[in-house]
Design a protein around this ligand. Structure first.
Ligand code: HXC
Length: 257
């Protein structure tokens, strides 16, 4: 597919999606959203693709939702178009994906990074929710996901002051899985993605479903949900193959069945 605002390449079983509006520091306008929905849907539907990396440029993962696009909108415009609701199609992606963040991840940029299954950050990454300075608030899940990622106190401070958090603080706070030198960011993220892509795909989807459930269900129900999914995997060929491969001391050969 041909896109205007993103670049999409496949490296074996890994899809690399690069935000590509350098003149606007990858600000996320409606076109970016609809192209990301198309790219993520294509990824989810393509059995040859088993992990995805979303990245930006060295200077900016994304400096937010596009302020120039939102500036003139009124309440009725936002409410009737259900502005930003399309991002739920991105978070509905069932297969694993990683955000590889270099430079600014502000406002909607930080929120999109938090939609990923996890974040790998370059050591130059800067995260923030500066919307309050524009007279608004996070609107793509940031208040909820930041609070669950780093706790109430830090999330409140970030959203109330609009300050930026650097990569080291983000790692300490649990916002990012790992920090790597900015110059190696995409290669490191692709390596991690290739590791995930080599895993049995149904188990990977099950992991996503159960870890995400931790934020939605009370513990007892979450544990029951985990156990049922775990039981269910014993109905797959890949469980038979994975356990046989272990016993026979050889690598598993997955069918995704
Ligand atoms: C539209 C943006 C933009 C954005 C940057 N640009 N961020 N355009 N929307 N979010 C544009 C600038 O207007 C400028 O265009 C070009 O990108 C380069 O940006 P500069 O500001 O000149 O770069 P620099 O001085 O290096 O500063 C980088 C920056 C700053 C600190 C990241 O750009 C900045 O503060 N951006 C806004 C960050 C922000 O508030 N994000 C939250 C957005 S609201 P020109 O044409 O002048 O060259 C949001 C809402 C979510 O995400 C939900 C609530 C509704």
């Amino acid at each position: 597919a041909d896109y205007n605002t993103i670049l999409v390449e496949q490296r074996d079983a890994v899809t690399l999606v690069t935000l590509n509006r350098p003149h606007a520091l990858n600000a996320l306008n409606s076109e970016v959203l609809s192209e990301l929905i198309a790219a993520f849907t294509a990824y989810d539907d393509d059995p040859s693709q088993r992990c995805l990396v979303l990245t930006g440029s060295e200077k900016a993962f994304a400096a937010g939702a596009d302020i120039k696009e939102m500036q003139a909108q009124g309440f009725a415009d936002m409410y009737s178009s259900n502005f930003f609701a399309g991002w739920e199609q991105v978070t509905a992606t069932r297969k694993p994906w990683i955000a590889a963040v270099s430079g600014y991840a502000l406002g909607g940029g930080c929120e999109v990074a938090m939609m990923a299954d996890f974040i790998i950050a370059g050591d130059n990454a800067k995260f923030g929710q500066p919307e309050i300075k524009l007279g608004v608030t996070p609107g793509m899940g940031g208040s909820q996901r930041l609070a669950s990622a780093i706790g109430k106190s830090k999330a409140m401070e970030m959203c109330l002051t609009g300050r930026m958090m650097d990569a080291a603080e983000a790692e300490r706070a649990g916002l990012v899985a790992r920090v790597v030198p900015a110059s190696d960011l995409v290669e490191e993220a692709l390596k991690t993605a290739a590791q995930i892509a080599a895993m049995p795909p149904l188990a990977a989807i099950a992991v996503k479903e159960m870890v995400n459930t931790a934020e939605e269900l009370p513990l007892e129900q979450g544990i029951r949900f985990e156990r049922r999914l775990f039981h269910g995997l014993f109905g797959t060929e890949d469980q038979k193959e994975g356990m046989a491969a272990f016993v026979e001391k050889r690598p598993g050969n997955w069918t995704g069945r």
